[in-house]
Ligand binder design. Structure first.
Ligand code: FAD
Length: 317
């Protein structure tokens, strides 16, 4: 079976759930080979959980520089690994960073690139969301090693314990003149809430929330459910909530088990970021709001009456 390279998303200590999803998808095409790009010691901490999720090989590319630059170290390493392993495909998460890595890698390899994949089959045919969610298409790379960016949450992660073989890669030194250096890191003020793209439950607020203070209702419901908070672009543009929580075409893509939209009309650009959620609940006072066309459960009503009742019910259980 050919290798399928999977770029590991991690925070240095633990593997992100999106990587387990990539490993499950990779198994459909060949032997999943996890590529860990990080500072020295990272792979040793992550190896066990990667092997538990089916990584038959772990490519280790560690250097002090790895944490200092955006995208370039991962692109350099993946290019090397592709030339070394001749894999069936390269899979990365379709996050902001992952998309950048995927695009740059495809150019380096002169290979076909498929972004916003939500599924792939054993013949390499990929289901993709395109034109901001307006269409779902099935595509296949016909030139070079396919580079596929899979949306977080689109594929179920699976435990599949194997013995992982460790392979060291020589890490090329980064050219600072052509690379973006990370100059500052700030902790997210999201507190104890799960990361938006990893959360099993996302509660999002839109313009209907009416103001920054109105987001308390959204946050309370999210906290009762142990979920993350999201926002529509209209809410973000109006200054109700920070941009890093925006869901949609120009924000984050989420695919939780449960997505609750409070005061969100359901513009196509918003749906593009959450339409693959397992169960969608919408609360909107306008019965004609387009979001009800996608929602599994809809409540026509005032979010300030409905959401606190939901929070109370959940908290009481
Ligand atoms: P609105 O469309 O104004 O809807 C507010 C809703 O709240 C209404 O349906 C109203 O009935 C309801 N409401 C009001 N008060 C209450 C109440 N008390 N209780 C219950 N319901 C209430 N949008 C995104 O979200 N994410 C993106 O990434 C994104 N990218 C874009 C990219 C481009 C290129 C463009 C052109 C647009 C993009 N947009 C994006 C904007 C998108 O088109 C919409 O304008 C936006 O999603 C609307 O946000 P909203 O639903 O919160 O606001």
């Amino acid at each position: 079976m050919p290798d399928v390279l999977v770029l590991v998303d991690h925070d240095g200590e633990r593997v992100h759930k999106s990587t387990y999803e990539l490993l499950a998808a990779a198994r459909r095409l060949g032997d999943p080979a996890a590529v860990v790009v990080g500072t020295p010691g990272t792979a040793a901490r992550l190896k066990e959980s990667l092997a538990r999720h089916g990584a038959t090989s772990v490519y280790v590319a560690e250097s002090d520089e790895a944490g200092e630059f955006l995208a370039t170290p991962a692109v350099d390493v993946l290019e090397l690994a592709v030339r070394d392993a001749c894999p069936a495909a390269v899979l990365v998460s379709a996050t902001t960073d992952g998309r950048e890595v995927a695009g740059r890698l495809a150019v380096r390899l002169d290979a076909g690139l498929l972004i916003d994949a939500v599924d792939l089959d054993s013949s390499g045919v990929v289901t993709q969301i395109v034109f901001g969610g307006a269409y779902t298409v099935r595509s296949e790379v016909t030139h070079g090693t396919p580079v596929i960016a899979l949306r977080p949450g689109a594929v179920e992660p699976e435990e599949h314990p194997v013995a992982a073989m460790v392979r060291e890669l020589v890490v090329p030194s980064v050219d600072p003149a052509t690379s973006a250096r990370i100059t500052d890191r700030r902790a997210s003020p999201a507190g104890d809430r799960p990361a938006l793209t990893e959360a099993a439950v996302v509660v999002s607020g839109g313009r209907g929330v009416g103001g920054a203070e109105g987001f308390t209702v959204v946050e309370e419901l999210a906290d009762a459910l142990g979920g993350a908070v999201g926002a529509s672009r209209a809410a973000v543009d109006a200054g109700y909530y920070p941009h890093r929580f925006q869901v949609g075409q120009t924000g984050k893509t989420v695919s939780p088990q449960l997505y609750i939209a409070l005061g969100i009309s359901g513009a196509i650009q918003h749906l593009a970021g959450m339409q693959t959620s397992r169960t969608i609940v919408a609360v909107n006072k306008d019965a004609e709001a387009p979001v009800f066309g996608l929602a599994d459960y809809g409540v026509v009503g005032d979010l300030f009456a409905v959401a606190p009742q939901l929070t109370e019910e959940v908290t009481a259980r």
